[in-house]
Design a protein around this ligand. Sequence first.
Ligand SMILES: *[C@@H]1O[C@H](CO)[C@@H](O)[C@H](O)[C@H]1NC(C)=O
Ligand SMILES: *[C@@H]1O[C@H](CO)[C@@H](O)[C@H](O)[C@H]1NC(C)=O
Ligand SMILES: *[C@@H]1O[C@H](CO)[C@@H](O)[C@H](O)[C@H]1NC(C)=O
Ligand SMILES: *[C@@H]1O[C@H](CO)[C@@H](O)[C@H](O)[C@H]1NC(C)=O
Ligand SMILES: *[C@@H]1O[C@H](CO)[C@@H](O)[C@H](O)[C@H]1NC(C)=O
Ligand SMILES: *[C@@H]1O[C@H](CO)[C@@H](O)[C@H](O)[C@H]1NC(C)=O
Length: 407
Amino acid sequence: MREIVLLLLASSLLSTSTTAKSTIEPCSSNDTCNSLLGYTLYTDLKVSEVASLFQTDPISLLLANAIDISYPDVENHILPSNLFLKIPLTCSCLDGIRKSLSTRYKTRPSDTLASIAGSVYGGLVSAEQIQEANSVADPSLLDVGTSLVVPLPCACFNGSDDSLPAVYLSYVVRGVDTLAGIARRYETTVSDLMNVNAMGAPDVSSGDILAVPLSACASNFPKYASDFGLIVPNGSYALAAGHCVQCSCALGSRSLYCEPASLAVSCSSMQCRNSNLMLGNITVQQSSAGCNVTTCDYNGFANGTILTMLSNSLQPRCPGPQRFAPLLAPPDTVPKDLMYAPAPSPDYDGPGFIAASPGSFVIPPGGGSLPGNPANGPAGSISTATFSSLSYFFITCLISISFVFSC
Ligand SMILES: *[C@@H]1O[C@H](CO)[C@@H](O)[C@H](O)[C@H]1NC(C)=O
Ligand SMILES: *[C@@H]1O[C@H](CO)[C@@H](O)[C@H](O)[C@H]1NC(C)=O
Ligand SMILES: *[C@@H]1O[C@H](CO)[C@@H](O)[C@H](O)[C@H]1NC(C)=O
Ligand SMILES: *[C@@H]1O[C@H](CO)[C@@H](O)[C@H](O)[C@H]1NC(C)=O
Ligand SMILES: *[C@@H]1O[C@H](CO)[C@@H](O)[C@H](O)[C@H]1NC(C)=O
Ligand SMILES: *[C@@H]1O[C@H](CO)[C@@H](O)[C@H](O)[C@H]1NC(C)=O
């Protein structure tokens, strides 16, 4: 009798289980890089609670989603269940692959590895991966208050995609998603997603984790700067220099724009040497020869000092205003049409449409030259033989099968 029940259980688990795929990026150096997790809230949570789930800074979390941090008590604002957020994550190179092991979760009563993985962390990790990372012998005996390492997916691909600066979002595919819908939502193409994830066919299943490239603005700071390699996705904001500097990537732009942060207190000087310009200031001078553009740019944070750089260029025409993503009020609701729509409208890329303040405008710095190193980006086309065989693996994990056999 008992054997029959077990067999039925096994076959029902096997028939409902699918194989979830996730993209793994091999790496060799010790460096860390910036990446994002696509996370859907499993319940109503305060901003500070979401931040502590991922051990990230609440202010950085809000800015990554273009949410206005000047709202009173914004860290205690309750975000609604099902809200989709981009969580900034530092991506490491461990055992030759890109992943993050810096997140820990303290178990609560009634938690199971499956509920922690599938619900609390929204499918970004599997129960088996948590079990393995923590050498949990018997998942049914989980003590309350145990601190578990939660291995999280991430990818950087050298901060570029098709030779242009990019930040990679680890995106958990939902049942309603299609590859075309995901590509449209993140302003990329099906073929680019297939290239990046080394996919043979444009098919995705619920639970797969894709690396989605988001166009970004890259910095060009010296190596000794502590924020060397800073990269900010299009339409997003980031804090630098110990919350003294705020950097953003204007809509449709590739040049990072940094200025003193609104919260800046006790910061080192932000004035460019040999000038009266402050960080973020841009002056233009029209002459017969063209437009003389002078900018005071942020050049990284080193030894507690904010590095600035005065740059000067003569451009044929004076640059027009640059448009930044509007900062949104902390959301209270999830737009209904976006929760289940197979292909969310292209410009939905954050918590909501509730614009609190209009986007700010400044003159773009520099002459539209691309930061980063366009010639050396790692992303190639799928027709390159070495591309899919050497660079990327599409790893298939058999979820639940090992679990069934071990019971
Ligand atoms: C990685 O870092 C460790 C300690 O931080 C160091 O001992 C090791 O040499 C580094 N390896 C490489 C390949 O840089
Ligand atoms: C940046 O994002 C905005 C809206 O989110 C979009 O309109 C624009 O095309 C994007 N720019 C690039 C270069 O992807
Ligand atoms: C320069 O930047 C500072 C700080 O952001 C600002 O207060 C000031 O108005 C700017 N000056 C000019 C000329 O743009
Ligand atoms: C551009 O303006 C700066 C200061 O405003 C000045 O020092 C520089 O000589 C000017 N360059 C040209 C080419 O006019
Ligand atoms: C940082 O400060 C230390 C001690 O003051 C100095 O030895 C080092 O050269 C400085 N590094 C940089 C990059 O300025
Ligand atoms: C990564 O990018 C940097 C500059 O952006 C370049 O110098 C380096 O060669 C690239 N590395 C690879 C493996 O493509």
